[in-house]
Design a protein around this ligand. Structure first.
Ligand SMILES: Cc1cc2nc3c(=O)[nH]c(=O)nc-3n(C[C@H](O)[C@H](O)[C@H](O)COP(=O)(O)OP(=O)(O)OC[C@H]3O[C@@H](n4cnc5c(N)ncnc54)[C@H](O)[C@@H]3O)c2cc1C
Length: 459
């Protein structure tokens, strides 16, 4: 470890710890235990404890008097997932539990009823939600079920590619990558070994680029000492992107910087190309090339969750629900759709709001405020999108951040990315865990212990 590395690492670690300590102070404010809701109090049901759903729940608690409404929050998992760090789980950068916060811990003392259940369907006319654990009636409903991977009707991708939307999916990628090295280490040089040592990421948007940069760090910096019999010059990492540069959602300069960084890391970036077919051991492109790989990763495309897409209401792109300016369904003003479920058209640009965490947060707040207003007999307020910045990490000491008109790359972009993500993670334990994981990984080696699926252990 050189002195510059140590200095930056120590700075990052200290910064992370200070942010964690500051948030801890805020989180430790006393929690009250509100009274039970009064008989006949309005029933507010929030579907999804992601970014939008949790913000809505917290805002309702702030805006309503204790016990004024019965608030129920439903999620199929009992944790809130911090999706921006999923790729780091896949690339052995952070531990899975540091990105998952128990929902009951987050809403503790807020008077919210949490139900870990899977939503099966919503009957908009009967005003009921069918769960796998029973039926929930509502007076107001917030649909915040997020998105799912969009394979764009490519069944071969759905069958063979590894998506990245959930913790089990991130762990599956981690397991496949490390497993490929374990298997390759037992084989002589040849086709099978070359296929195992080739990794393909389909999609060069923010997620695909971050994942690729982090995998490059893992493959070319972390793993070589552990596999002395593998020639790492033969290890291939390929990223396929349909546009002419990575992360087209950011300034052109940042896309160019990301491309330079990936090239410097040894990544083969194939631009203006789409994956047209994926098999268990290959990716075919629309340019006619076939790349043999045992690890095809799908980091492109999202669409609205199936429940939202199946609701009997007007839909827009990717199954998202059309909403009015107050985020309500046009024919059911008691139902709000937010975040990745909402097709909200900005009145100024006529663009759809992007599927991003900060959009879900802002919409969760507005939906909750409008429900509180409706309960008070007041008119709802229109939603106003306040664009925030975005940032991507490009591996060690490198990143890209776009904060309004300001575009930062290199170390500044990387520091901005770390600060933004640490500040956004909702609980102290996770902030501290992530900060420690990052600091540890900066100075030492990442944890590459292969996580063996329970099914394998039984066999
Ligand atoms: C890998 C990855 C990286 C990302 N990085 C960033 C980033 O850096 N910055 C950024 O701004 N955005 C990022 N995003 C996008 C961001 O995660 C989403 O825009 C945001 O999560 C949307 O919030 P939401 O509340 O609509 O849905 P979510 O946060 O996805 O929450 C939906 C919730 O619904 C639950 N749910 C789903 N189906 C059911 C069901 N049938 N029954 C019960 N519960 C259900 C889920 O468990 C989940 O908790 C990333 C997304 C991914 C996948």
């Amino acid at each position: 470890m050189d002195t510059t590395t140590a200095r930056w690492g120590a700075l990052g670690g200290l910064g992370a710890m200070s942010i964690g300590a500051a948030i801890a102070l805020r989180e430790r404010t006393a929690r009250r235990t509100p009274p039970e809701p009064a008989e006949g109090a309005p029933r507010i049901v929030i579907l999804g404890a992601g970014f939008g759903g949790l913000t809505a729940a917290r805002t309702l608690v702030e805006r309503l008097a204790p016990g004024q409404a019965a608030i129920t929050l439903v999620d199929r998992t009992n944790y809130h997932l911090f999706t921006p760090l999923l790729y780091q789980i896949a690339a052995c950068g952070v531990d899975p539990w540091d990105t998952a916060q128990p929902v009951r811990e987050i809403v503790r003392g807020d008077g919210i009823t949490f139900r870990q259940s899977t939503v099966q369907s919503v009957d908009l006319d009967a005003r009921t939600v069918a769960l796998d654990t029973g039926t929930l009636p509502y007076d107001y409903l917030i649909v915040a079920l997020g998105s799912t991977t969009n394979f764009f009707h490519e069944s071969s991708a759905e069958q063979h590619a590894l998506p990245l939307k959930t913790i089990p999916e991130a762990l599956a990628i981690r397991d496949r990558v490390i497993g490929a090295f374990e298997r390759a280490a037992t084989l002589p040089d040849g086709d099978e070994r070359r296929t195992l040592l080739t990794f393909v990421v389909v999609g060069g948007g923010a997620t695909g680029t971050e994942l690729t940069a982090s995998l490059a760090d893992l493959l070319y910096n972390v793993l070589p000492p552990q596999y002395p019999r593998i020639n790492f010059a033969a290890v291939r990492l390929v990223m396929i992107e349909s546009e002419d540069r990575p992360i087209t959602t950011m300034a052109e300069k940042l896309g160019a910087a990301a491309l330079d960084r990936l090239h410097a890391q040894g990544v083969e970036v194939i631009l203006k190309t789409k994956a047209s077919e994926i098999g268990a051991d290959y990716v075919k492109t629309d340019k006619g090339e076939t790349i043999k790989t045992a690890t095809p990763i799908w980091a492109t495309g999202v669409r609205a969750n199936d429940i939202a897409a199946g609701l009997a209401s007007a839909h827009n792109k990717g199954g998202t629900l059309t909403v009015d300016d107050a985020l309500r369904l046009p024919d059911h003003r008691e139902v709000y759709a937010i975040g990745d479920n909402a097709a909200y058209t900005r009145p100024d640009t006529h663009d759809l709001a992007p599927m991003l965490a900060w959009v879900a947060n802002q919409q969760g707040k507005t939906a909750a405020e409008n429900i509180a207003a409706a309960i008070a007999g007041d008119a709802p307020a229109p939603f106003h999108l306040r664009p925030l910045g975005s940032a991507v990490s490009l591996g060690r000491n490198d990143g890209a951040a776009q904060l309004g008109p300001v575009a930062m790359d290199g170390v500044l972009g990387w520091l901005a990315w770390r600060a933004i993500h640490l500040a956004k993670i909702s609980a102290f334990r996770s902030k501290l865990g992530v900060a420690l994981d990052w600091t540890y990984a900066y100075f030492y080696r990442r944890d590459t212990a292969r996580l063996i699926p329970a099914s394998d252990m039984r066999s």
